[in-house]
Design a protein around this ligand. Structure first.
Ligand code: NDP
Ligand code: MG
Length: 379
């Protein structure tokens, strides 16, 4: 039987890789919902290709324009539209691939409507991992990891007794400035930071990969996805991005997952889980690759990992504050308002300023998120 999939964020980089998977596996996957925000042309092309998909756009004008071309489809817009798409009666699984935290409410709606979710949007787990995982448990639904590191760990942990796991080791490419000095980092431009050495991705995550906040966010993401304390989550730099992550067991064995740098594989595994199927990913040729390198992260020049460890260990509102401050600082850097090192300087300052709540409600998390963004926006 085909799995019926809704893709939120279909017009982005993860969305594009998801469409490659869907095209390659038409007997296994059916696209029943697609959302985009500003890129209406891309959504229109996808709508023509996937004739049974309901659609959601960023605003009413673009949804009206699409409705004129597709009069018999469900076509919605905005936040309410995303939630409607996430709970479509015909859907089995909702992929959340919206950048930032806008996918949080749709993710909760999907779970509450009895759907499994596949999560690329790590920011929603950093901000509200407890709410997402508790809702999934209450509804007896799965939260499937799409992020390549978490998908790798998910594969390494399959059918394993949790008491045999000593630690998770997230691999990290190190980004384009892996070997740059603090002085060089001070003059990094957005164009330089947008050139990732191994992955082609959306703008926000590419900057996160350059500051190493991406890895910091992923440490907190791992804590919630695998129910493991922060002190058992480590990071190792691996410039080739071939080992996607590892699990160390109590006897000293390390289990790793390797594949090419193509998000289609983790996306496919999350969408078709628990099935393994031949898909669109090229095989890995280790002999051609020749070598795999590993080194410790330079936390002196890149404080993001330590800031995230602190936030993930403290819990409460701190991860939401770190995440929102980072999102806002990345926007400020990309628009030329702050320097590259100011991204982590702002995040650290905002973590000190927003009042800490140990057991926040969802509304308090949203308030902490807005307070953090406001402080970054101040002159
Ligand atoms: P992109 O910027 O390429 O795409 C983002 C998608 O979200 C687009 O479809 C965009 O629509 C939509 N979108 C943006 N803001 C909103 C909003 N406020 N409301 C509704 N829709 C919105 O990002 P990526 O695909 O690179 O990343 C998506 C998520 O996946 C991020 O959380 C990222 O961290 C994570 N991720 C990405 C990886 C990658 O390889 N790209 C790897 C691992 C995780 P539109 O373009 O039409 O405006
Ligand atoms: Mg990742």
């Amino acid at each position: 039987m085909k799995k019926r999939i809704v893709v939120l964020g279909a017009t982005g980089s993860i969305g594009e890789s998801t469409m490659r998977v869907a095209r390659a596996l038409p007997e296994h996957l059916e696209i029943v919902g697609l959302s985009g925000k500003n890129n209406t042309i891309a959504l229109q092309h996808l709508a023509r290709e996937f004739p049974s998909a309901a659609l959601c756009t960023g605003d009413e004008a673009s949804s009206d324009a699409l409705q004129a071309e597709f009069p018999n489809r469900v076509i919605t817009h905005g936040e309410a539209g995303l939630e409607r798409l996430a709970s479509l009666p015909e859907a089995d699984l909702v992929l959340i691939a919206i950048v930032g935290t806008a996918g949080l409410k749709p993710a909760l709606s999907a779970l509450t409507a009895g759907k499994d979710i596949a999560v690329a949007s790590k920011e929603i787990l950093v901000m509200a991992g407890e709410a997402v995982t508790l809702t999934a448990r209450r509804m007896n639904r799965r939260v499937l990891p799409v992020d390549s590191e978490h998908n790798a760990i998910f594969q390494c942990l399959e059918n394993r007794d949790p008491s045999t796991v000593k630690r998770l080791i997230l691999t990290c490419s190190g980004g384009p400035f892996r070997q740059s000095s603090a002085v060089e980092l001070a003059s990094v431009t957005p164009d330089q930071a947008l050139l990732h050495p191994t992955w082609s991705m959306g703008r926000k995550i590419t900057i996160d990969s350059a500051t190493l906040f991406n890895k910091g966010l992923e440490m907190i993401e791992a804590k919630w996805l695998f129910g493991i304390p922060m002190e058992k989550i480590d990071v190792v730099i691996h410039p080739q991005s071939i080992v996607h992550s590892m699990v160390e067991l109590v006897d000293g064995s390390i289990i790793a997952q390797l594949s090419t740098t193509d998000m289609a594989l983790p996306i496919q595994f999350a969408l078709t889980y628990p099935k393994r199927i031949a898909g669109p990913c090229a095989p890995l040729d280790l002999a051609t690759l020749g070598r795999l390198d590993f080194e410790a992260p330079r936390t002196d020049c890149f404080p993001a990992i330590n800031l995230a460890r602190r936030a993930g260990t403290a819990g409460g509102t701190l991860p939401a504050v770190l995440n929102a401050a980072n999102e806002s600082a990345v926007e400020a850097f990309l628009s030329g308002r702050i320097s590259f090192p100011e991204i982590w300087e702002k995040v650290e300052a905002v973590m000190e300023k927003v009042p800490f709540i140990e057991h926040p409600t969802l509304d308090q998390l949203v308030a902490a998120d807005s307070a953090a963004r406001d402080i970054v926006g101040e002159k």
